[in-house]
Write a protein that binds this ligand. Structure first.
Ligand code: GDP
Ligand code: IMO
Ligand code: MG
Length: 425
């Protein structure tokens, strides 16, 4: 398989986990390059359901190598719990999972700060984070005060950790939050360091060597383009580059080694957490999308906000990520609608926008310009051949591709591996 970057093209939860699982069958190595356990990637294998937060979804296919790249932030307790749960379910993890020594660590003070800062924000200001400490951990990375996985397993870790806990406790007290118990945090992290040590490696060399040996790499994006720290709806974003460029900076693989980009979009749109969402539906159609799509966060269980497909967002994603192939998921969720809308542009203050405006206060006021298509009102969830889709469903997909450009790689009509129509990929 060519080296493939897979990204989410909307606000996350597009079904990346499912598509990664399908593509892993043809890859040798699967690598996460950004984000942390704010992600929740669901994979259904037969009747078994797995939700992966840190470990690449590739772990579910025997023999594949899985890597947590340098761009990921790692909460050791969360990682160890995930490893334990996988092992309990008879998934082999040892000698298959490699964790970058350059990846930054998430500490309890990051989680506490995440929570405390969110609690202090007023209603319109809250980001609605997953409270996993992602923002504060990346913040420390940029401020050059963070600790990396390599530090955790090296001499001197205890002193470095103690000095940071002391400093962060002063901040937490100033924010009127509970300070952390230094001894218990140190004990937990020293124990975690021992357990994580066997997984730690120089993943830059490992990945580049794998490529030299002719192995193919699948880059598992987390979150989505509209949550990217630079290109998303800032400040209502996550703290990493979830767009395709992040695949290089987050792994140490050069841009000219990437062969193709696959972007995943739902056939409609969802968002979990706060921030602008032009096509959001607060009516019965929105409720129907939520209930047919089981739209609850895979990490926090929060209900996801739902709306019609936003081609402005998807086109913007196509431009930033350089999308070669689209994987369109959850087409089956639209099966019962009499008519379906697609947003093709925004209007604000008498001006038409064909792309996403940077100014958040403009985006918040943008009204979608819709075109309407006839629904197919037929069950598509058992269809395994593109030609067997109802005409209106084919027309809907064709219209999306016309608006987005690029080619249709995969069409997904259900959560299981079998509910996957391979088109050009
Ligand atoms: P990710 O974060 O992008 O991996 O997506 P999530 O796992 O958070 O959310 C996607 C949800 O949709 C999961 O529950 C998947 O099992 C489910 N899913 C994926 N593809 C399809 C599909 O084509 N149809 C339906 N009905 N569900 C799907
Ligand atoms: P996957 O990989 C959907 C959202 C949060 C919040 C914002 C910032 O499953 O698609 P953070 O905890 O990252 O500081 O929260 O980003 N968010 C996600 N939304 N899917 C995700 O991951 C997300 N990861 C973070 O809800 O709005
Ligand atoms: Mg998810």
């Amino acid at each position: 398989m060519p080296n493939t970057v897979l990204v989410g093209a909307q606000w996350g939860d597009e079904g990346k986990g499912k598509i990664i699982d399908v593509l892993t069958a043809e890859a040798d190595v699967v690598v996460r390059y950004q984000g942390g356990n704010n992600a929740g990637h669901t994979v259904k294998v037969g009747e078994e359901k797995y939700v992966l937060h840190l470990v690449p979804s590739g772990i579910l296919r025997d023999g594949k190598i899985c890597v947590l790249g340098n761009g990921v932030v790692i909460d050791p307790a969360a990682l160890l719990q995930e490893i334990d749960e996988l092992k309990e379910r008879k998934i082999k993890v040892d000698d298959r999972l490699f964790v970058s020594d350059r990846a930054h660590v998430v500490f309890p003070y990051h989680r506490a700060l995440d929570e405390s800062r969110e609690a202090k924000l007023s209603k319109g200001e809250k980001i609605g984070t997953t409270k996993r400490g992602i923002g504060p951990s990346y913040g420390e990375k940029a401020a050059r005060t963070g600790l990396r996985i390599g530090d955790m397993v090296a001499d001197g870790f205890e002193e470095k950790l103690r000095s940071r806990i002391k400093e962060k406790n002063k901040v937490l007290i100033a924010l009127e939050s509970e300070p952390l118990d230094e001894e218990s945090v140190v004990a937990d992290y020293m124990a975690a360091a021992d357990r994580i040590a066997p997984f730690v490696s120089d993943t830059l060399t490992l990945l580049n060597q794998a490529m030299k040996d002719g192995r193919s790499i699948l880059f598992e994006g987390a979150q989505g383009t509209m949550l990217d720290i630079d290109y998303g709806t800032y400040p209502f974003v996550t703290s990493s580059n979830s767009t395709a460029g992040g695949a290089c900076t987050g792994t140490g693989i050069a841009p000219n080694k990437i062969d193709r980009i696959v972007a995943v979009v739902k056939a409609y749109t969802t968002r979990v957490g706060e921030g602008p969402f032009p096509t959001e539906l607060l009516d019965d159609s929105g409720k129907m999308l939520a209930s047919r799509g089981h739209e609850f966060g895979a990490t926090t269980g929060r209900p996801r906000r739902c709306g019609w497909f936003d081609a402005v967002v998807a086109r913007y994603s196509a431009m930033i990520n350089g999308v070669d192939y689209w994987a369109i998921t959850k087409l089956d969720v639209l099966d019962e609608f009499e008519s379906i809308k697609i947003c093709t542009a925004y209007e604000c203050d008498g001006k038409t926008y064909e792309t996403v405006p940077a100014n958040i206060s403009v985006l918040e006021r943008c009204k979608p310009v819709y075109e309407e298509m006839k629904g197919w009102q037929t069950d598509t969830s058992e269809i395994s051949n593109y030609d067997d889709l109802p005409t209106e469903a084919k027309e809907y997909v064709a219209r999306l591709l016309e608006l987005l450009g690029g080619s249709l790689g995969i069409l997904s009509v259900g959560p299981k591996r079998e509910s996957t129509l391979r088109i050009n990929l």
